[in-house]
Design a protein around this ligand. Structure first.
Ligand code: FES
Length: 148
């Protein structure tokens, strides 16, 4: 919890900096641990309910541990019309998890999103910060192998 205290101090206990504090906490642990949120609540004098509202509103935050590699498959309209659902299903089959889950080895988390802001490249998938455009089910195995 020393790291959380440092993050809170970095933002001067300023409640208006909650998103930044949560962002740094998420970056540190790859999710938002309950203990960390309680400490943030206490030190920044923000009710837990308010913290949960922010933490659950933004998809960037997770209350559950995420895998080392966070895969997001876009199901937004531009990607959907280019069969992105097949991409998601192929990743699910390959990793033996459903969207919203983390693989048993803790390596991969999978989720679907509504737009990744690069519609012209659809269908699009991201692994952490790496974008893969013009995806097809046949490309998935090769891409995932790079992270195993
Ligand atoms: S709809 Fe997929 S990137 Fe925009």
């Amino acid at each position: 919890m020393k790291e959380i205290k440092e993050i809170i101090e970095k933002f001067d206990h300023d409640s208006s900096q909650l998103i930044s504090v949560l962002h740094d906490t998420q970056a540190k642990y790859n999710y938002l641990p309950k203990d960390a949120l309680e400490l943030i609540s206490e030190k920044m004098k923000i009710p837990m309910l308010d913290i949960y509202q922010v933490a659950t509103f933004y998809k960037a935050f997770s209350l559950k541990p995420r895998g080392k590699y966070h895969i997001r498959v876009c199901l937004g309209t531009a990607c959907h019309v280019r069969s992105s659902q097949r991409i998601l299903e192929s990743v699910e089959r390959e990793l033996e998890i459903k969207s919203g889950e983390t693989s048993k080895d803790g390596l991969f988390s999978l989720e679907s999103v509504n737009c990744l802001g690069c519609c012209a490249l659809g269908p699009v998938m991201i692994v952490n910060k790496n974008y893969y455009g013009n995806m097809s089910p046949g490309k998935i195995n090769k891409i995932l192998k790079k992270y195993k």
